[in-house]
Design a protein around this ligand. Structure first.
Ligand code: CA
Ligand code: CA
Ligand code: CA
Length: 357
């Protein structure tokens, strides 16, 4: 099951990966499937590099004297006092939270005795693995969640990191073989994100403004919100991105990293432009207060269509640097705007005295 899940991931990501790999890497589809990586000598994430890298199929590997015990393709790396390369998982979009273990099957000759994994060009180490038995194939595994987390990119997906193979005897002809690099998944996830929308299935709105809905797509398994795509049955906005009149069907979709997708369909009626300005709820035209108090005034407005926020603008010198009222007579201007741009303004006189009268 786990293998199948990864294969699915690989297939989903492979087409884009093939087009985005750097030309120098030149890995084939089969090679990417076994090693998941693009390697270059001028790597930024590993202080180790190789002088030559050869990937053999089984037949050629036997001819080249690769020690038995590998399956399918096998990579031979030859370097100086140490060998290394960069592994790039980023195109595969594998959430680290879904990785149970990262495996690398490797053959140490008697000169390589340690495998290291670094994310920052050898400044720190995610793993330092001492060879149990040089001259044998060994599965090097990272399983603890904290280490795996270090291998994530900023989006929480397996990213780019370096493998290094330490050589203790200082010869300039170190060889290491790599059979496979593989992310083992905790469980293949089959649940789509949940589109959360509490509004009506038939949305009634007006033209000349942006379309916005309070909607999210949360995925329980990956513990993130995924972006939602909006597909209209016909163009619903003008060149400025504002709604135009008409009756529409809107399909909202969201997909998780495993390709599971959810959708929700709404109908949207866009009516005549709203020309009615918001109404600021009754407020006194004069307010008496005390100087030195923080401005805690708040005002509400209602609109025939939209939720409204009221913006406050004070006359010069009314507030000090800590946003406290200064002594004197000040002017507070309230502006309430709806989403179409209709607005109402109101001015209030605020008397801030040393002490309250
Ligand atoms: Ca292999
Ligand atoms: Ca999911
Ligand atoms: Ca309005």
């Amino acid at each position: 099951m786990k293998r199948r899940a990864l294969c699915f991931l690989l297939c989903a990501a492979l087409i884009s990966a093939l087009f985005t790999l750097s030309p120098s890497a030149g890995l084939s589809e089969a090679e990417i499937a076994e090693f998941h990586c693009t390697e270059t000598r001028d790597t930024k994430t590993s202080p180790y590099w190789f002088n030559s890298r050869t990937i053999y199929d089984s037949e050629k590997a036997a001819e080249a004297g690769v020690p038995e015990g590998y399956e399918g393709l096998v990579m031979k790396l030859v370097g100086d006092s140490a060998v290394g390369f960069t592994v790039d998982f980023s195109e595969l979009c594998i959430p680290v939270s879904s990785v149970k273990a990262l495996h690398m099957r490797v053959y140490y000759t008697d000169k390589q005795r340690e495998v290291r994994v670094t994310i920052d060009a050898g400044t720190s180490w995610v793993l330092r693995h001492e060879a149990k038995k040089p001259g044998a194939w060994e599965d090097v595994v990272i399983t603890d969640a904290a280490s795996l987390k270090l291998l994530a990119d900023e989006d929480g997906r397996l990213g780019v990191f370096g493998f290094g193979f330490r050589n203790y005897d200082g010869t300039r002809n170190s060889t290491v073989y790599v059979d496979e690099i593989r992310a083992e998944l905790i469980d293949p996830d089959s649940d789509p994100p949940v589109i959360r929308y509490d509004g009506p299935d038939h949305v009634i709105t007006t033209e000349g403004k942006r379309f916005a809905l309070p909607v999210t797509a949360y995925d329980e398994y990956e513990k993130v919100d995924f972006p939602i795509s909006y597909e209209w049955d016909k163009p619903a906005t003008d060149g400025d991105g504002n709604l135009v009149r008409g009756e529409y069907t809107l399909t909202m979709r969201a997909s998780d990293s495993f390709g599971n997708s959810a959708e929700k369909v709404l109908t949207v009626s866009v009516g005549e432009r709203d020309t009615e300005a918001p109404v600021i709820r009754f407020t006194p035209t004069v307010i008496d207060t005390v100087a030195g108090a923080y401005n805690a005034l708040s005002f509400e407005a209602t609109d025939n269509c939209d939720d409204v926020t009221v913006v406050q603008s004070w006359s010069e010198g009314a507030l000090d640097r800590q946003m406290r009222l200064t002594e004197g007579t000040h002017t507070l201007t309230l502006t309430a705007s709806d989403l179409t741009g209709n607005s109402t303004e109101m001015t209030i006189t605020v008397n801030a005295a040393k002490t309250l009268k």
